[in-house]
Write a protein that binds this ligand. Structure first.
Ligand code: MN
Length: 291
């Protein structure tokens, strides 16, 4: 049974005026494969569309895929990377990294998604890395132009480094398309532009449809621009709080204290944003791992 998720509107941080649309996590849908977080911001013509000061991550990969505009990425392992539409920024936080993001002033509006992929137990404490992919591989089929920016779709595989079987792709559908998804994986399709009939369900702009594992076909009808995410069901219980992914409440407590004490372990870097974002107060409960 397909589930259709409307986004909830959230404020990104203290340093931006732009609302973002969050489709994951959701009360009825915690994750899709290892994808645990999906923010969709813009389109907006504001030149300060996104200004996010330094903040940490652990235990996850951030996946940034812009549709319009330019974003400057800086991080504490020395990466400085301007990203434009059609390009991927992939930051693997591992045991801990800090980064900032700032959209550039210019004639083009800002429109982007940023997602998080949970890292499996075996690698979640790895050294942080950063990767930029300027020209991800494409897949052309009848009615379909796909860019496979991460993971694999059909016979096309992105060189971006992943740690569990998954896919992230932008789809442009003209008329009718059959997308070659993996039957053993679960999938989500977010409508970016237009609207579409997806496996018989009408899905409007900004809505996400969830397709559980076992659906061997993805049939799309209607001119549309879509984001496809999916992967092997990720069975590890995780604790996700603020910008951290861990396995226990105590680990989250330690990650929070290390960041808020401005301990050197997350590393330092310079950017044009300035400052840093402290972690908020923890709720007065033990955070339980959830699948
Ligand atoms: Mn971030």
């Amino acid at each position: 049974m397909a589930l259709i998720i409307d986004p909830r509107i959230v404020k990104l941080t203290t340093r931006t005026e732009v609302d973002i649309k969050r489709n994951l996590p959701h009360a009825y849908l915690r994750r899709i494969g290892a994808w645990v977080f999906l923010d969709h911001f813009g389109p907006t013509a504001r030149v300060d569309g996104m200004v996010v000061a330094a903040h940490p991550h652990t235990g996850l990969q951030t996946v940034t895929w812009p549709f319009a505009g330019k974003v400057d990425h800086r991080d504490s392992i020395g990466s400085k990377q301007l990203i434009e539409p059609g390009q991927l920024n992939l930051m693997t936080a591992g045991k801990g990294i800090a980064h900032s993001e700032k959209s550039l002033a210019g004639p083009s509006a800002l429109h982007s998604v940023q997602l998080w992929v949970a890292l499996p137990e075996a690698v979640r404490d790895m050294e942080p890395t950063f990767e930029h992919l300027g020209n991800p591989p494409a897949l052309s089929l009848e009615g379909l132009e796909a860019v496979v920016f991460i993971g694999s779709l059909g016979a096309v595989e992105s060189p971006a480094k992943v740690f569990s079987p998954l896919v992230g792709a932008e789809l442009k559908v003209t008329g009718l398309a059959k997308v070659p998804i993996n039957k053993a994986w679960e999938h989500g399709v977010l409508v970016i532009e237009g609207s579409a009939l997806i496996n018989g369900e009408q899905v409007e702009k900004d809505q996400l449809i969830f397709l559980p594992a076992g659906e061997g076909a993805l049939e799309v009808s209607g001119d549309s621009r879509l984001l496809l995410i999916g992967g092997e069901p990720f069975e590890e219980p995780i604790v996700m709080w603020w910008n951290f992914i861990a396995r226990t409440s105590d680990e989250i407590l330690a990650m929070r204290e290390t960041w808020n004490s401005q301990d050197e372990s997350y590393g330092k870097f310079d950017d044009e944003v300035g400052g840093w974002i402290p972690a908020p107060e923890l709720p007065n409960v033990t955070l339980r791992p959830r699948v």
